[in-house]
Write a protein that binds this ligand. Structure first.
Ligand SMILES: *Cc1c(COP(=O)(O)O)cnc(C)c1O
Length: 411
């Protein structure tokens, strides 16, 4: 009985979240240094961070903004997405991907996914291209790049922009090419659950200088120069040429970003090691299926998503979720397909049945802890617990209304 109470109410002291930041002394020192410098925002560290991200990805230009959502919004604006313009995307993403289209009064057109990878299916994209289509928004779900060769071909054939929402995929590669060079513009987020963090933060990389220029203006109210440029040329004059926003990233955040980026190779290595351990740990468990990783990609593992056949495994997802919490394991679900959210249903008339494969996948997915602050013991604990719970479920299948039946006695 006490076990039940703990499973539902009191998380154990050592809790493993599905994602979190990893900061060390060098990161903290970088932030302390900037606090004692002349600029807290729009100082030299913004350019340094932008140049470091451009270098890392191999893209020509990088523009730092307040967060990943602002980055997506800025791209939609810079590409001229306007009222009624259609942008094709997968619903298996965070709502922000679609919201950015709507900020510009565009129309998100949801296409179904490949059930093996949960990535956008280029054949389904081709079917949805209309005279109103302006762009394809590819989401590198979980950290695996989409099929960019196929998407590029479609974009060229139809004169569309190709945008990459690579908030999951910093450091990923496709056929030996880095994410950041595979689309007309690529967006990253530096939220604490992502590969590197600035608290809140985002970046757009692109090879198009005119696009980069528009993005810089958009993040600064639509004004054509910033204060340092005016100081350098000794003038007070500026023009506001477009309606922009204050989407700037601060120097404090950029200092953290520069420091974190140096550690990215190490972070990616840890994520790959955890993924390999999960792969081995669940290889013999018939209830747990990993997503397919294409042989030609380097996966960045923002998420580690497994599919569990809840119908035949005797497990109930809500119950499994609670049992895992009781064991200090913060599983999660990424994502509720965007077209099923009430806002999209009432605004765009989307409904169940629009993307049946994504809807079916949603019923079976679970994101396991995956982050650079996780150690080997944490990883083994997740594997052992999940294997044990799925084994117990085969013996005591749901629906077991008396939850104690599915709780192993020692938990
Ligand atoms: C995190 C994320 C965003 C939004 O980034 P924020 O920095 O939180 O605004 C957008 N798209 C995807 C796929 C994301 O994972």
């Amino acid at each position: 009985m006490t076990m039940k109470v703990r499973a539902q109410n009191t998380p154990p002291e050592h809790f493993i979240p599905y994602g979190r930041q990893q900061l060390d002394e060098s990161d903290i020192q970088a932030v302390l240094d900037v606090l004692q410098s002349d600029y807290l925002t729009t100082g030299p560290r913004i350019r340094f961070f932008e140049e470091a991200v451009a270098d890392f990805t191999g893209a020509g230009h990088a523009v730092a903004v307040a967060n990943g959502t602002a980055a997506l919004h800025a791209v939609m604006h810079a590409m001229g997405i306007g009222p009624g313009d259609e942008v094709i995307l997968s619903p298996m993403t965070f709502a922000a991907s679609a919201n950015a289209v709507v900020y510009q009064k565009g129309v998100p057109v949801f296409v179904d996914i490949d059930p093996a990878t949960l990535l956008m299916d280029p054949e389904k994209v081709a079917e949805q291209i209309s005279p109103r289509t302006k762009a394809i928004l590819a989401v590198d779900y979980a950290g695996q790049p989409c099929d960019y060769d196929a998407l590029q071909t479609l974009a060229r054939q139809h004169g569309l922009f190709l945008i990459a929402d690579a908030c999951h995929a910093l450091g990923a590669e496709y056929k030996g090419r880095k994410v950041g060079t595979l689309a007309d513009a690529t967006v990253f987020s530096f939220h604490p659950v992502k590969h590197i963090t600035t608290g809140e933060g985002g970046m757009i990389v692109t090879d198009h200088p005119d696009l980069a220029e528009k993005l810089r203006r958009f993040r600064n109210h639509g004004i054509n120069t910033d204060h340092t440029q005016r100081a350098q040329s000794g003038t007070w004059y500026y023009e506001m040429t477009d309606l922009g926003y204050n989407y700037r990233l601060t120097d404090i955040q950029c200092a953290l970003g520069i420091s974190q980026l140096k550690r990215l190779p190490e972070f990616l290595q840890i994520r790959q090691t955890i993924a390999a351990a999960y792969g081995l740990g669940f290889a013999d468990n018939p209830a747990i299926q990993a997503l397919l990783v294409q042989p030609h990609v380097r996966h960045a593992y923002h998420l580690y998503v497994v599919r569990i056949d809840f119908q035949s495994s005797g497990l109930d997802r809500a119950e499994l979720f609670t049992l895992l919490r009781g064991q200090g394991i913060g599983a999660n679900v990424h994502y509720i397909p965007v077209h099923l959210h009430p806002y999209y249903r009432k605004t765009f008339g989307t409904a169940p049945g629009l993307c049946p494969l994504a809807e079916e996948a949603y019923q079976s997915i679970l994101s396991l802890p995956m982050h650079a602050a996780m150690g080997a013991r944490d990883t083994i604990h997740v594997i052992a617990t999940l294997n044990e719970l799925t084994a117990m479920a085969r013996v005591f299948p749901a629906p077991a209304k008396d939850q104690s039946l599915t709780i192993p006695s020692h938990l």
